[in-house]
Ligand binder design. Structure first.
Ligand SMILES: [Zn+2]
Length: 411
């Protein structure tokens, strides 16, 4: 009989052990190809080799462990997530997917089940985009979509990405060998939800149907700055901040009326603002996300229209630029249905399906390889924070569902 509670405790303990490996003492901060990353690789390599994996570090710094299949050309399932972190991170965003993947491999090897496919466990070197201010370096390299220009990007110390790879003892010329084996036929990522939905519904797990698409805009509201004391209220004022505020309230109202859509104004500035001056210029952001591209596009158009209407009434001009327009990424139907069936079987209730509002490596890998994702409840909805955690029972449920998924899978 499988001892899921013991395996779950070990996964959590390993995540905590990894979290103590940090570039900044007293917190968990592990940036791309940093000294802490080297130390994390050593520990992970030790665990992976003990599980019988053939381990290598590829040229973008992804740590990869292969469990060969029955034949040299057996189809290959990739299981992965990332081991870089945001500054002052928690222990589970990323590493949980790697260490649950390892635990699944250990579980399968301890049973006498035989598999028709190889499994490659990948600890992606970079997902958060902190060091070079651009995310997904590890997964982009895996699917041969790391732009050559990216190698010239510099970190805050003026070190280029190419130099950081060389400094780690790797060779940028070897990047082509980072690309996934042609036999790779599926990708499976386990991640914490990073939101409050599963906790609110008192569920352990969810199957991700799609990674939401995103539109980000930068808006400028231009009115007329004037004396706060001598300009009467009413039509003689052209207050850019009052216009922006009326519009922001409409953003919230309007997004609330569309289930599944989220729209956020996260940053508003009054350049040169002062307490006794009517705001002449206001800049703001707008972030709109939905798993349905047509819903997101329609919402963006509607919100821009309402900005124009609000501003016309106040004789304020509004202009916008799009800083990001990223379509939704659906997960693979077949793999996702298999995963949902495994979750339903192991939890005894129909699997919850949900979109991911945050980006993940699976969103990049899915461009080339059929991909599926499993979410675990985030207690307190918390992530990117030292108090980020998981419940042992949820890790057990993920192990049980993951094992059932792998047993039901053919590639
Ligand atoms: Zn993550």
């Amino acid at each position: 009989m499988t001892d899921y509670p013991a395996r779950s405790a070990q996964v959590i303990e390993r995540c905590r052990q990894l979290a103590r490996i940090t570039d900044v003492p007293g917190e968990t901060t592990r940036l791309f190809l940093s000294p802490a990353t080297r130390e994390a690789h050593a520990l992970l390599t030790h665990w992976m080799q003990a599980a019988g994996l053939e381990v290598r570090t590829d040229a973008i710094g992804n740590l990869r462990g292969l469990l060969p299949g029955p034949a040299a050309d057996s189809p290959r399932l990739l299981i992965g997530s990332h081991i870089d972190t945001v500054p002052n991170a928690g222990a589970f965003d990323g590493p949980l997917g790697v260490l649950l993947g390892l635990a699944l491999i250990e579980e399968l090897r301890s049973s006498d089940a035989s598999f028709s496919f190889a499994i490659e466990l990948i600890a992606f070197s970079e997902e958060e985009g902190v060091r070079f201010a651009t995310p997904f370096l590890g997964s982009l390299a895996l699917i041969a979509q790391l732009e050559p220009d990216t190698l010239q990007r510099k970190d805050d110390d003026g070190i280029s990405l190419a130099a950081s790879i060389r400094n780690f003892g790797l060779d940028p010329a070897e990047l082509p060998a980072t690309v996934a084996d042609p036999a790779a036929a599926g990708y499976f990522e386990i991640h914490i939800e990073q939101g409050p939905v599963l906790e609110h519904e008192d569920r352990s797990l969810a199957v991700v149907e799609a990674i939401a698409g995103q539109t980000r805009l930068a808006l400028t509201f231009s009115g007329h700055a004037n004396h706060a004391g001598t300009t009467p209220m009413g039509p003689l004022r052209r207050d850019a901040l009052a216009a922006a505020s009326e519009w922001i309230a409409e953003v919230e109202r309007s997004a609330t009326s569309i289930p599944g859509l989220v729209a956020t104004v996260g940053k508003v500035e009054v350049p040169g603002g002062a307490g006794n001056v009517i705001p002449g210029i206001v800049t703001s952001t707008l972030d709109v996300r939905d798993a349905r591209d047509q819903v997101r596009r329609a919402a963006v158009e509607h919100l821009l229209e309402s900005a124009a209407i609000v501003c016309a009434k106040r004789r304020v001009n509004v202009a916008h630029t799009r800083t990001l327009d990223q379509p939704a990424v659906p997960m693979d139907h077949r793999l996702t249905n298999l995963l949902a069936a495994a979750v339903t079987q192991m939890t005894g209730t129909p699997a919850r399906r949900m979109p991911s509002g945050a980006g993940h490596d699976a969103m990049i890998v899915a461009r080339r390889i059929p991909s599926t994702m499993l979410f675990l409840r985030s207690p307190g909805g918390l992530s990117h924070h030292p108090n980020e955690t998981v419940l042992p029972a949820d890790v057990e449920a993920a192990l049980a569902a993951g094992t059932a998924f792998l047993r039901s899978l053919s590639l």
